[in-house]
Design a protein around this ligand. Structure first.
Ligand SMILES: Nc1ncnc2c1ncn2[C@@H]1O[C@H](COP(=O)(O)OP(=O)(O)OP(=O)(O)O)[C@@H](O)[C@H]1O
Ligand SMILES: [Mg+2]
Length: 346
């Protein structure tokens, strides 16, 4: 059975999309079948995978995206939600993308109303369970082991829905003050959302909907701290301060709060994965890619999978690139191993 992992932080620009792509690629490299869902109307993940051909892709494949897939429920079409074909990512077998669409944001308001009323209006009762029904169908059709959901930076209804119907979630962060603020607001909001999701599953109207809201089972996997300036194997002093503050805030505030609402695994599960409280539930600390980020985007390939030809360098510059690639490969491989351990321990 597949696991649905949401990458969520309402703070923008904290590497959610970059991490979805890199983790998806690494899991596929390790032999798992992975479907990445672009649930952000910005469509950055779709752009990263499909490149400049995104508009052409929509023209030639108008029904192959998340918005079109959900249309039967949201546009009251007289047909069931059906599976849509995913795109297989070039040069990485086992990795698939369900493309996003800018018009997904059109469903935000209706879904928000449907969720507020928890199904008390009959015509809206099929909406809260529709997202989960759809992506589960896509996962099964692709025989997926993992579904990674790249979310938009907001506390909107679509994020609430995707997150609350996932199996587990990761919180990508950047080492700065704004990410620290975001940890505080997540500690306040996630318990409220969890209470809503538990109610939604047991609500009589939603239970008898065409797409019932799934049982609540969300668990926190941990954080990723990304994009610090490296120095002698660690971070520079300024970045290290924010890393320490974020780690402390997660361990002392976010995690205990999530635990009291049943959103965490047993401590032993985190210990098995090497990311328990002593590691502040941090699954990976990844420095700035620097110039490699441009090469990675132009070749639509994560930094750790760039080939020597893609680097476009020779001699000692190429050697430096190769050293960095090996280091990033190790970091993302360890990160993926932790995710695998956590998700196989339920
Ligand atoms: N480790 C890294 N080193 C250098 N640049 C990075 C790193 N991680 C992400 N970036 C860059 O930072 C920017 C923001 O990353 P990304 O788009 O993944 O964040 P996001 O959280 O998905 O943003 P949004 O909230 O807008 O969806 C991008 O330009 C990305 O290429
Ligand atoms: Mg993004």
């Amino acid at each position: 059975m597949h696991k649905i992992i949401a990458l969520f932080n309402h703070k923008g620009g904290v590497s959610k999309t970059t991490t979805t792509f890199a983790l998806g690629w690494m899991l596929a490299e390790k032999g798992y079948r992975v479907v990445m869902i672009d649930a952000d109307p910005q469509c950055n993940l779709s752009g990263l995978v499909l490149g400049e051909s995104l508009d052409d892709f929509y023209s030639s494949n108008p029904t192959q995206n998340i918005h079109a897939g959900l249309a039967p429920a949201f546009e009251s079409q007289p047909r069931q939600i059906e599976v849509v074909d995913c795109v297989e990512v070039d040069s990485r077998s086992g990795l698939y993308l369900l493309p996003g669409h800018v018009n997904l944001s059109e469903y935000e308001v209706t879904l928000g109303i449907a969720q507020e009323l928890s199904g008390s209006i009959q015509t809206l009762r099929n909406l809260p369970g529709a997202f989960h029904y759809f992506i589960s169908k896509v996962a099964v059709a692709n025989n997926a082991d993992y579904v990674l959901v790249d979310m938009n930076p907001s506390l909107g209804a679509i994020n609430q829905n995707f997150l609350m119907s996932s199996d587990c979630f990761l919180v990508p962060t950047s080492p700065d003050y704004f990410s620290l603020m975001a940890i505080d607001s997540l500690a306040a909001i996630l318990p409220r959302w969890a209470e809503w999701a538990r109610r939604a599953h047991t609500s009589e109207t939603l239970r008898s909907a065409a797409y019932p809201f799934p049982e609540f089972r969300l668990k926190f996997l941990g954080t990723v701290i990304q994009k610090y300036r490296p120095r002698l194997g660690g971070a520079t002093v300024g970045f290290q301060r924010w890393i320490d503050d974020i780690n402390l805030r997660v361990t002392e505030k976010l995690f205990p709060q999530l635990r009291s609402y049943g959103l965490t695994f047993e401590e032993q599960t985190y210990t098995n994965a090497g990311c328990a409280s002593a590691q502040n539930y941090c699954l990976a600390q990844i420095p700035d890619f620097n110039t490699l980020v441009a090469t990675s985007q132009s070749h639509r390939t994560p930094v750790f999978a760039l080939t020597d030809e893609m680097f476009g360098h020779v001699g000692s510059v190429l050697e430096q690139d190769q050293i960095k690639r090996t280091a990033f490969h190790g970091m993302f491989s360890d990160f993926a191993d932790r995710v695998i351990t956590l998700t196989s321990n339920e």
